[in-house]
Design a binder for this molecule. Structure first.
Ligand code: ADP
Ligand code: MG
Length: 230
């Protein structure tokens, strides 16, 4: 199976931390992700960019860099003419941050329209007593500060998942505060259920975060991924 192959490849590399290079895990469970690929040269980066559209998003891919944007490792809105420079700059920033960092490459990703959306986080954790937990909250940097998270024990039923989207304090943001269109709660609930299935199928996944899951009026898209395996 595709998901198993992703985890096996990481283990062969001797790493327990995975990032956007493992996005196909989400694809395998029907969680929508932007088109994109991890490449290791500027020429390949441009080729992928020409496939996914203009502008694109480019990110450094390294198990040693947990928060990519903290080191300037995410570039949003890159035109094709700037892809070569962006590639070199991302690698330079990573080297500058940690000279011996393992760099897997640069991800070139379709740019998702975020204006009409809300950035949320969906994640999982393993509790020694209860097993896999599923989490939902607002995404971005506020998630740690606000402690406004809904939690359930996996496996998750659709109704539980739906409830999670209603019980966080920030729930009104999903219902269309300030004249915005309400976002697609059903898509969130479905994503939570699919994630629950993923961690139930793979006990070796200790921890997983999709931050952000961009939720728009017409669906939800996972643009970032981080996980730890046993
Ligand atoms: P990190 O969390 O490691 O800093 P992310 O991949 O989450 O890196 O990117 C940081 C931010 O950049 C996201 O929260 C989102 O606002 C924006 N972003 C990332 N990928 C995309 C994308 N494909 N389309 C639009 N915006 C994106
Ligand atoms: Mg992120």
């Amino acid at each position: 199976e595709a998901a198993q192959a992703v985890l096996d490849r990481a283990r062969e590399r001797g790493t327990t931390r995975l990032g956007v290079e493992a996005m196909s895990l989400l694809d395998a469970y029907g969680i929508p992700t932007p088109a994109g690929e991890v490449v290791d040269s500027p020429v390949d980066a441009l080729e992928v960019a020409e496939d996914v559209g203009e502008p694109v998003v480019m990110k450094i891919v390294s198990p040693d860099i947990l928060h990519k944007s903290d080191i300037g490792g995410v570039k949003v809105g890159v035109d094709h003419a700037d892809v070569y420079d962006a590639f070199e700059d991302l690698v330079a920033r990573a080297r500058n941050y940690q000279p011996d960092a393992t760099i897997l490459g640069v991800q070139v990703q379709e740019m998702v329209e975020t204006e009409s959306g809300v950035e949320t986080i969906v994640g999982t954790n393993r509790d020694p007593q209860f097993g896999p937990l599923i989490l939902f909250g607002l995404g971005g940097i506020f998630v740690e500060v606000m402690e406004d998270t809904a939690v359930r024990i996996a496996p998750l039923a659709e109704a539980d998942a739906r409830e999670m989207t209603e019980e966080i304090q920030a729930a009104p943001l999903l219902s269309g505060a300030r004249g915005r269109d309400p976002v697609d709660r059903d898509a969130v609930a479905e994503t939570l259920c699919r994630l629950s299935q993923l961690v139930t199928d793979f006990p070796e996944i200790l921890e997983l975060d999709v931050n952000p899951l961009v939720v728009r009026p017409d669906g939800a898209v996972a643009v970032d991924l981080r996980l730890t395996i046993e």
